[in-house]
Design a protein around this ligand. Structure first.
Ligand code: NAD
Ligand code: IPM
Ligand code: MN
Length: 354
């Protein structure tokens, strides 16, 4: 079977890490019986420059047809003056919404090889293995918003269904891991959070009583993530809290440049993107860490293409490469392309072993 993969490099370091990702995919095609058909598309600032829209119709059409989408990053200082719905970021939000990918999986795994690069002490960070399940198509991001004469507003709305479906995904994943799920909310202040709490408690009580449910307020959770990160297994939370907490948690691993994500939902197309942004401060310098993108490919192999062994080979190649060299965000001097080549060198042997 031929899988169709849509590549959306986007802006800033997006094209640099997407290139590295493409090389990994090409190598997999060369070395296994994997058959991939690639298409390239425009999103974000790059799409604005070419077409005037951050999410052109051609990208929408290609996205709904693809089996999986790999996205670099969007945004940059050149587009900050644009109105909200015209900005590069609006293109990414429209893509997520069009695909219906309501569950964004963001694994935070502290590798023992780089644990000393964590700003948090080894005895606290070591062994951390958290899976965030961030709600991705609702909440403040998608509620009514507007600019008033002397103000502005964003509204947060969640339906029962929007909460239930993402909590079920988180609970199913917790069952395959250590059996604990933590809900992060702001139920002492927000009505939507009180609904999240009620719905989550009902679902866990009715269908997942084998799981341990922990509930934390978001302000305290942001502290516990740093003081006792190993205690967490699966964390489920609304869109905005998930965005913020995953950037925070990423530093436990040494760099945001290491963190991948998978966005899934009811439809078959999965969206895979590193958690980091377009990093304008290092864009165009061949300095970006490509590992978040390459680990996103491992998630794609596993979740969209049903190839867990190949996914494992990619992850092992990354681990081996990290012993040889590192990009600047991890204190090394390797360029993006050198890091990618080192991963490719290891990938050959890792594929032979799986
Ligand atoms: P950012 O994640 O782009 O960068 C934050 C810091 O992390 C920077 O110092 C950057 O150099 C560093 N960094 C990020 N990725 C790295 C990598 N792979 N290797 C090495 N260092 C890396 O966040 P920001 O600066 O707040 O945002 C810049 C732009 O990116 C904004 O326009 C924002 O909207 C956008 N953004 C896009 C996405 C996405 O497309 N998914 C995600 C986050 C931010
Ligand atoms: C992310 C980004 C996006 C988000 C932006 C660029 C819209 O920060 O993927 O984490 O907030 O979801
Ligand atoms: Mn973010």
């Amino acid at each position: 079977m031929t899988w169709s993969i849509l590549l959306l490099p986007g802006d800033g370091i997006g094209p640099e890490v997407a290139d590295a990702g493409r090389q990994v995919l090409d190598r997999l095609v060369e070395r296994t019986d994997l058959d991939l058909a690639f298409e390239n598309g425009l999103i974000g600032g790059a799409a604005i420059e070419e077409t005037g829209s951050p999410f052109p119709q051609a990208t929408r059409d290609a996205a709904t047809k693809a089996d999986a989408i790999l996205l670099g990053a969007v945004g940059g200082p050149q587009w900050t003056a644009l109105a909200g719905d015209k900005r590069p970021e609006a293109g990414l939000l429209a893509l997520r919404s069009a695909l219906g990918v309501y569950a964004n999986l963001r694994p935070i795994h502290v590798r023992s090889e780089v644990v000393d690069l964590s700003p948090v002490k080894r005895e606290i960070a070591e062994g951390t293995d958290i899976l965030f399940v961030r709600e991705l198509t609702g909440g403040l991001y998608f509620g009514d918003k507007g600019v008033l004469e002397d103000g502005a507003y964003d509204t947060c709305r969640y339906s029962r269904l929007e909460i239930e479906r993402v909590v079920r995904i988180a609970a199913d994943l917790a069952r395959t891991r250590r059996g604990k799920i933590t809900l992060v909310d702001k139920a002492n202040v927000m009505e939507t959070s009180r609904l999240w709490r009620r719905v989550t408690e009902e679902i866990i009580e009715a269908d997942y009583h084998d799981l341990e449910l922990e509930i934390l307020l978001v302000d305290a959770a942001s502290m516990h993530l740093i003081t006792r990160p190993r205690d967490f297994d699966v964390i489920v939370t609304e869109n905005l809290f998930g965005d913020i907490l995953t950037d925070e948690a990423s530093v436990l691993t040494g760099s945001i440049g290491l963190i991948p994500s998978a966005s899934i939902g009811a439809e078959t197309t999965g969206l895979y993107e590193p958690v980091h942004g377009s990093a304008p401060d290092i864009a165009g310098q061949n300095k970006a860490n490509p590992i978040g993108m390459i680990e996103s490919i491992a998630m794609m192999l596993e979740l969209s293409l049903g190839l867990p062994r190949e996914a494992q080979a990619v992850r092992e190649a990354v681990t081996l490469a990290l012993a040889d060299c590192r990009t600047a965000d991890l204190g090394g001097t390797a360029s993006t392309s050198h890091m990618a080549n080192t991963i490719l060198e290891h990938l050959d042997q890792c594929l032979d072993r799986v």
